[in-house]
Design a protein around this ligand. Sequence first.
Ligand code: GTP
Ligand code: MG
Length: 333
Amino acid sequence: MTEKTASEKLEEEEIVIEVDEPEPTIEDLPGVGPATAEKLREAGFEVLLAIAAMSPPELSEQAELGEAVSAKIIAGAKKLANIGGFVSGKALLDRRERVQKLTSGTSSLDELLGGGFETQAIVEVYGEFGSGKTQVGHQLAVNTILTENQGGLNGEVFYIDTEDTFRPERIAQMAESVGLDPQAVLDRIHVARAYNSAHQILLVDEIKKMSKNLDVKLIIVDSLTSHFRAEYIGRGMLATRQQKLNRHMKELKQLADIQNAIVLVTNQVQSKPDAMWGDPTRAVGGHIVGHASTFRLYLRKSKGGRRIARLVDSPNLPEGEAVFTVTSEGLQD
Ligand code: GTP
Ligand code: MG
């Protein structure tokens, strides 16, 4: 049988068009002079597609521009931006092939995650106080500095600390136990304390700017939800809170994709005493945070200082559990 199937024939006929023209920039938009361009950049709008996807009131608020001007800019961006939308399965496969995996330092957790924490993904680690979320963050920060042969990503780490629980001495301790120079490790972990949710959101823009000169491979937000939870109280504020959280997570996901990096967010659980079955605790942020995360790990304490991690949501891995411990050296089997 040498007869070709219809799809094979189609494949051979596929024509690849390569475009070599320079990409349009925000300066090419109607009504954008240097001052407006500056405002757009400051608000984090470098990419035309990001502008095209805005509504006039949103852009007006975020970039501090008039609504009429915003509408004109958005209309221009829609024309100029390569909205594309559909890509071939092959292109997606190529992107997937760039995915790297970061070791947790324990074989049980790595196995649960199909070989480690994946880049181009948001991982939500949620659990009660003291369940080990911050410890996981510290360990991944250190391991990111390892070379790829050692299970690391040989890149820079950005740590957004909302609860003032980042401890450089803990990093130093963990660095030593994986054979790295603590000073060199601390040099590559960039930490910012976020004072409120607005500040937390702005810090992501800051990472975006810094990622032009640095090879960002891990971004940690510890905790993702504490400020939002404290600031937006009651039913009336819920919608606004969820909207802000949603946008925040989208920006984080964009960074993960562009940088081929991991985003790790931690989240507390809230008591749900009325739950009739299952675990009477739920992650804060509800559907929004859950949906925006690629992987969700639920941590809980067990006997003898052990920790149990449960993989709750994953696009291509079975649910399951891993057991590990937190010791002075860090995470261990
Ligand atoms: P919240 O932020 O309060 O929600 O908790 P968390 O989930 O971030 O907990 P965290 O990661 O801070 O875990 C704290 C626990 O880790 C402690 O109770 C200890 O059991 C363990 N731990 C932290 N540092 C060390 C250490 O140096 N040695 C040992 N053996 N255990 C440690
Ligand atoms: Mg913590």
